[in-house]
Design a protein around this ligand. Structure first.
Ligand code: HEM
Ligand SMILES: *[C@@H]1O[C@H](CO)[C@@H](O)[C@H](O)[C@H]1NC(C)=O
Ligand SMILES: *[C@@H]1O[C@H](CO)[C@@H](O)[C@H](O)[C@H]1NC(C)=O
Ligand SMILES: *[C@@H]1O[C@H](CO)[C@@H](O)[C@H](O)[C@H]1NC(C)=O
Ligand SMILES: CC(=O)N[C@H]1CO[C@H](CO)[C@@H](O)[C@@H]1O
Length: 324
């Protein structure tokens, strides 16, 4: 027993000394020597676009989330389809991701200063952070050093992304299988303080919840009546603000809405069905007790570590839409 313990300490010690443990991960300041202005350059691209079009912040945040949940944070969400393969982007185009021009602007500026050095996956992580902080959200340090993947498959985006109809158990399992906690789930869901949703993402809650032409009893019925004036049955074009009135500002409103049973999705409402997530939602309502801003940075860093490629795996793409 003692020998075994000694042996394992010995192995862990050498793993650390040889860098096996640390080098597997991402780290703040990764490009300090190879591209010292990386953060400045990316931020400029975000400021250039988002200060003119603040609604872009939402899809830019969502882009990093989708990237990380499908094949890990490897930039695969940015790849265009080829003739033989439909990429994640195809699913994502349907899901209304936009803002690819911001990523491209950052990438081409970076290629001028430090060609072939900064991955598209890292650009996504920085852009998400900068977009959030530019619209009054928190800021955080982004560990870097991700490399870009060479594969993007449409069907994986369809099966790996959580759906707006997922219940708590399903969400917990999905997040858990990627190494994210229940706390990460409730914190990252707060991203829904931003942006818009198509009516079809919550249409059944208004019109046909159990297939009997009924409404979701877990949604404020007055709110449903209001939403019905905007969303007609089977409406596939209209979008509504997820946080009406401040959908362009990062704040704690999401939790107020969820607590009033005005979260748009079943996946939002379901946060009231679990003790831990419900307690978190309610704790954000007092302005003095809210920890959402600090928590969001921590959970974004956690999300940004999902399935990263480092060292010799993957590549540094020259253009984010194409493998080299
Ligand atoms: C918990 C599981 C999640 C589900 C089921 C979910 C689902 C959705 C859905 C259905 C939409 C609307 C799409 C549409 O109809 O156009 C949406 C929008 C959005 N989601 Fe999530 N999401 C989840 C987690 C996240 C996370 C982790 C983030 C980021 C931290 C995020 C950020 C956003 C943003 C910013 C938008 C608005 C996009 C825009 O305005 O273009 N979501 N989400
Ligand atoms: C790649 O995708 C972008 C946006 O989805 C599109 O504008 C562009 O034309 C595509 N490029 C090629 C060469 O297909
Ligand atoms: C959650 O959804 C899954 C998949 O749709 C289902 O199998 C499960 O029974 C649901 N759990 C609860 C508690 O409703
Ligand atoms: C409601 O759902 C049921 C079962 O899926 C379907 O048969 C019915 O046509 C739907 N009604 C409407 C108005 O969409
Ligand atoms: C608008 C849009 O991009 N629609 C696409 C959604 O996905 C299907 C299946 O991949 C495509 O055929 C559509 O063109």
């Amino acid at each position: 027993m003692a020998t075994l313990k000694f042996l394992s300490i010995f192995i862990i010690y050498f793993a650390i000394v040889l860098g096996f443990v640390n080098s597997q991960g991402v780290e703040v300041g990764f490009y300090k020597k190879t591209c010292p202005n990386v953060e400045k350059i990316v931020k400029k691209a975000v400021v250039d676009y988002v200060s003119i079009a603040p609604t872009l912040a939402a899809p830019l945040l969502r882009m990093h989330f989708h990237d990380c949940f499908v094949r890990g944070c490897d930039g695969s969400v940015l790849l265009n389809s080829t003739k033989s393969n439909q990429a994640e982007k195809d699913a994502i185009a349907n899901l209304s991701l936009r803002g690819f021009q911001v990523i491209d602007a950052a990438k081409s500026a970076l290629e001028k200063q430090c060609p072939g050095v900064v991955s598209c996956a890292d650009i996504l992580a920085l852009v998400a952070r900068d977009a959030v902080s530019l619209i009054n959200g928190p800021t955080w340090q982004v560990p870097l050093g991700r490399r870009d993947g060479r594969v993007s498959i449409l069907s994986e985006a369809t099966t790996n992304l959580p759906t707006p109809f997922d219940n708590f158990t399903t969400l917990k399992t999905r997040f858990g299988s990627l190494g994210l906690s229940v706390k990460d789930l409730v914190v990252l869901s707060g991203g829904h303080t931003l942006g818009v949703s198509h009516c079809f993402s919550f249409g059944s809650r208004m019109y046909n919840f159990t297939g009997k032409g009924d409404m979701d009893p877990n949604m404020d019925q007055k709110y449903i009546a209001q939403l019905k004036t905007k969303c007609k049955p089977n409406d596939v074009t209209t979008t509504v603000e997820m946080d009406p009135g401040s959908f362009k500002t990062f704040d704690t409103d999401y939790y107020t809405l969820v607590s009033k049973r005005r979260g748009l999705f079943v996946s939002d409402a379901t946060l009231l069905t679990d003790k831990q997530t419900k307690a978190y939602v309610l704790a954000q309502l007092s302005s003095s007790g809210s920890t959402f801003f600090e928590d969001f940075g921590v959970s974004m860093v956690n999300m940004g570590k999902i399935g990263v490629l480092t060292e010799k795996s993957g590549e540094i793409r020259k253009k984010c839409a194409f493998i080299n």
